[in-house]
Design a protein around this ligand. Structure first.
Ligand code: TIU
Length: 222
């Protein structure tokens, strides 16, 4: 049995590593570059760029081993038919979802701002899942895709820790997946929210799952 040193205790990998997927949440220009959705919400988006090399290292490790990789993108259809009014009207920013911004229409599928950042561009064979919610299981076929591929273990990276990453990890945990958050491959606009999220996910004996570092994962897989 292969284990990864983690909190609150060791994370057991499945015997067949093909059952283990790297999940990269929303590493899209909207959240990491000026002029996107994250910026429109009033956040300092530049601080998220620090995790890019770590996510890239994990991505390369999974690619070298030919293991499953899932990229997600938060976005909406151009006619906004998949954007609930509660989401569309939330907040007081001048630029809303669907408005024209410096990187195209904010959070709209196919716009320049809605591309995954160049460092992490998906390769063919990797799952690219578009989602209109914060969680990747909401209004998507992700659960079906994972079951069809026999994937049982999910290693989470991406942004932001307490919004889309945490929501997806909670959804996955409730569906019976073994979830591991890679702490230095995720970040938030609010450092204190990242810390709190890590603590709450792994509290109570791993109530939602485990947390570890990229180095631990890479050293075990290599
Ligand atoms: N605003 C914020 O922190 N996050 C999001 O809106 N989406 C994701 O986390 N991807």
């Amino acid at each position: 049995m292969t284990t990864i040193a983690a909190q609150p205790y060791e994370y057991e990998l499945p015997e067949d590593l093909q059952c283990c997927a790297l999940v990269i949440i929303d590493m899209q220009r909207d959240f990491l570059e000026l002029g996107g959705f994250g910026d429109a919400l009033g956040n300092d988006v530049t601080r998220l760029q620090a995790i890019v090399p770590t996510v890239k290292q994990l991505l390369e490790t999974f690619r070298q081993l030919n293991l499953p990789i899932i990229h997600t993108l938060e976005c909406h259809k151009p006619d906004l038919s998949d954007c609930p009014p509660a989401k569309l009207h939330r907040g007081k920013s001048s630029l809303k979802i669907g408005d024209a911004g410096p990187m195209g229409r904010i959070l709209i599928d196919g716009e320049p701002g809605n591309q995954i950042i160049p460092e992490l561009t998906p390769l063919s064979g990797e799952i690219v899942l578009t989602k209109s919610g914060k969680g990747a299981f909401c209004r998507t076929d992700l659960e079906l895709q994972l079951h069809r591929k026999g994937i049982t273990h999910l290693l989470f990276t991406g942004v932001t820790t307490e919004v889309c990453v945490q929501t997806t990890m909670r959804e996955a945990n409730d569906r019976g997946f073994e979830c591991l958050l890679i702490e230095d491959a995720t970040d938030s606009y609010f450092p204190e929210f990242k810390i709190a999220t890590i603590e709450m996910l792994r509290a109570q004996g791993g109530i939602i799952g485990w947390t570890t570092t990229a180095e631990e994962v890479i050293s075990v897989l290599n």
